[in-house]
Design a protein around this ligand. Structure first.
Ligand code: HEM
Length: 343
């Protein structure tokens, strides 16, 4: 009995350390949270900038905090930005590039409402002033998103650094592969599965929608003309439907809270999943998770277990932040401005 109790206490302590504050040593959480496959790479390590630019991570953290105090919406904007970067050809800062010839990733429809580019540029210019041409924009982005998750009430997770920036933008892939809010369930699950995310990891990552906002135009059809029927999506909870439809009809350019209008709890958390169980999902793709038992069972698991969600979200964000990284002197470059490749 004592053995079982001590095991339970140990397991709780480990989970607590994972969801603990940034003051917990990242390296002590590191082994428990990262996959071993990339650990042999000397160009992609824990605290890669320790000697070359020791100010890097603290400058990122202090700038994100400073800007977050003035405007809390930068946090969800940066979390969305890292997803749109890493999902397309890996975490290489390609989403940050401006078009030079034709269109860039950021000009494509799924990316036109992205925000936070100015925050990344601001951090980059502060870092360049202390250690020029050392810290990549792709590392700045994943680290700034990590700070944003934590500031929004989510977990703090360890991240390796040493990413380098891409020499191109991938507009066609962005157009085809960023999931749309109207995608059927199997279609967006397939996009995640191609990037090696399991069902549980995909459902968990969508928990990022517990925080942030959505333009009415992404959801208006769901509230009045679902799938061309001229009627609302029949699964929407009635009061929520009335409230949200009235808000969007009054001002079609308005934003609706992504975490769902029924949720009491602000910021990051399991209320997103609780909302889906009650048909309060805002994006059609979010509510789709309840349309199949294979994803609904994960939604219910996260809805009822905050530790499970925080722990799995940390792992899923680490995995997202390590997709297709460019490392080593032969790959990519360290941009001096995040919106343009070096001349
Ligand atoms: C099926 C997959 C997904 C779809 C269809 C989707 C779609 C969307 C849409 C349409 C918006 C609203 C954008 C706007 O109105 O400006 C949004 C916002 C957001 N998304 Fe996703 N998303 C998906 C997955 C993810 C993932 C995996 C993450 C992060 C890990 C994420 C993070 C966010 C955040 C934080 C916001 C709020 C942005 C803000 O308030 O500025 N999304 N998403």
């Amino acid at each position: 009995m004592m053995k079982i109790l001590s095991f339970v206490f140990f397991a709780v302590a480990v989970i607590l350390s994972i969801v603990a504050s940034p003051s917990s040593s990242p390296s002590s959480m590191f082994n428990s949270l990262v996959t071993s496959s990339a650990s042999d790479n000397p160009f992609f390590t824990d605290d890669f900038y320790r000697d070359a630019c020791p100010e890097a991570e603290t400058t990122i953290r202090s700038t994100v905090i400073e800007l977050f105090i003035k405007d809390r919406t930068i946090a969800p904007a940066l979390i969305r930005l890292v997803f749109h970067d890493c999902f397309i050809e890996g975490c290489d800062g390609s989403v940050l590039l401006n078009a030079t010839n034709g269109e860039a990733e950021k000009d494509q429809i799924p990316n036109q409402s992205l925000k936070g580019f100015d925050v990344i540029e601001q951090i980059k210019s502060r870092i360049e002033s202390v250690c020029p041409s050392i810290v990549s924009c792709s590392d700045i982005l994943v680290l700034a998103a990590r700070e944003s998750v934590y500031l929004s009430g989510g977990p703090f997770y360890p991240l390796r650094t040493g990413r380098r920036d891409s020499l191109s933008s991938f507009p066609k892939t962005a157009l085809e592969d960023i999931p749309a809010p109207t995608d059927p369930l199997d279609s967006f699950l397939e996009k995640f599965s191609r990037r090696n995310f399991s069902l549980g990891e995909t459902v968990c990552l969508l928990g990022a929608h517990s925080n942030g906002e959505v333009h009415c135009n992404f959801i208006k059809d769901r509230f009045s003309n679902f799938n061309g029927t001229g009627l609302p999506d029949p699964t929407i909870e009635q009061e929520f439907l009335n409230r949200t439809r009235a808000k969007c009809e009054l001002d079609p350019t308005a934003f609706v809270d992504l975490r769902n209008e029924g949720a009491e709890q602000p910021g990051f958390g399991t209320h997103y999943f609780q909302g889906l169980v009650q048909n309060f999902g805002v994006l059609p793709s979010d509510q789709e998770l309840m349309n199949s038992e294979k994803t609904a069972s994960w939604v219910r698991a996260y809805a009822s277990n905050q530790f499970l969600f925080m722990n799995d979200f940390s792992r899923a964000m680490i995995k997202l932040s390590e997709i297709g990284v460019l490392t080593g002197p032969q790959s990519g470059e360290i941009r001096s401005t995040c919106s343009a490749i070096n001349q």
